[in-house]
Design a protein around this ligand. Structure first.
Ligand code: PMV
Length: 313
């Protein structure tokens, strides 16, 4: 069958600032352009109404008015804008982005569905509107997301993000070579954010100091991205990891991957996203070192993906 209005959206990785970003500190995230979610439309001949078929999960979601599923939030909003009475189509969805490992799978699938349905219905959305809609879908999945995922995925550019503000697009003076090592240990963003909230309630002063420190590391990193000092960004990422470890967000598997990455020449390596499992992000200023890091992590039995944040200055 013909793929109508096919659209895609990328994955993402947080370089620095996760968790502190929920409490108003800045964070830096980069798109993973080569790892994507794809959505397209097939018109229903034999079925009534609107549905999403998540091919990889072998799951069909029927979109109804009261449906609070992430895709229903997106599609119902677009249908309201379109004002056509009777719609009859299926959104087919497939994704290369691993789920529940902090690579933005939920925001990317929502963005791909949003882009494809908007195109099919002839609705033009600004990036800001698209990001806002994906954020509302993220609330269903993650509870109280900071908004970093929907922004980096919709703009598909490295960003400095502060909750409630428009993202600042970052321009890198030098190529940044990134390796993501996947621990394979699952954890839930909603749970990890809740755990931190509980700790913050118990020790507000201690956490305020930690979040402030992380915020300063992020601000320093922003300057170093724009100056092309990848070595300095690496040092700042390592310092960020120390604080995340103190916050009980690391995991033995993550520490193993971090060590492997550093031994292979990474300039910095830390957990990325929610922690408690999930992924490690490691950086380098050379493609050869990136390969070495990826091969070493893979050699130890973990899955990897690579990306490059290209120089734009
Ligand atoms: O879903 P993840 O693993 O990318 O983690 C989200 C990052 C947090 O800062 C922990 C939460 C948030 O909403 O920013």
């Amino acid at each position: 069958m013909m793929k109508i209005a096919e659209q895609s959206a990328c994955g993402k990785s947080i370089l620095l600032g996760e968790h502190a970003v929920v409490y108003g500190q800045p964070a830096i995230a980069v798109p993973m352009e080569d790892i994507r979610a794809y959505a397209w439309i097939e018109e229903n001949n034999d079925k009534e109404g609107v549905r999403v078929e998540a091919i990889d999960l072998d799951e069909e979601i029927i979109i109804e008015d009261e449906n609070k599923h992430q895709f229903a939030i997106v599609i119902n909003d677009l249908i309201k804008k379109n004002k056509t009475e009777k719609l009859n189509f299926t959104v087919k969805l497939t994704s290369e982005i691993p789920q529940s490992v902090g690579m933005g799978s939920s925001a990317a699938t929502s963005a791909a569905v949003c882009r494809c349905v908007a195109k099919y219905l002839g609705i033009s959305l600004s990036q800001e509107e698209e990001s806002e809609l994906v954020f509302r879908a993220e609330e269903v999945v993650h509870g109280t997301p900071s908004g970093i995922d929907n922004n980096v995925i919709v703009y598909e550019k490295p960003i400095l993000f502060v909750k409630g503000e428009a993202p600042k697009i970052l321009h890198s003076k030098k190529d940044l070579y990134i390796v993501i090592g996947q621990s394979g240990v699952e954890s839930s963003t909603m749970e990890m954010v809740k755990n931190i909230r509980k700790l913050v309630k118990e020790n507000p002063n201690e956490f305020e100091i930690k979040f402030d420190k992380i915020g300063k590391l992020v601000e320093e990193s922003e300057k170093n991205i724009e100056n092309g000092r990848v070595d300095k960004i690496g040092v700042l990422m390592n310092e960020n990891q120390e604080i995340l470890r103190e916050m009980q967000l690391s995991h033995p598997e993550l520490e193993t991957i971090i060590e492997i990455a550093k031994r292979a020449g990474a300039l910095g390596a830390k957990l990325t996203g929610k922690g408690g499992g999930g992924n490690v992000v490691a950086i380098s200023d050379k493609v050869e070192t990136q390969k070495l890091i990826a091969n070493s992590i893979e050699g130890a039995g973990y899955r990897v993906c690579k990306t490059k944040v290209g120089a734009t200055l």
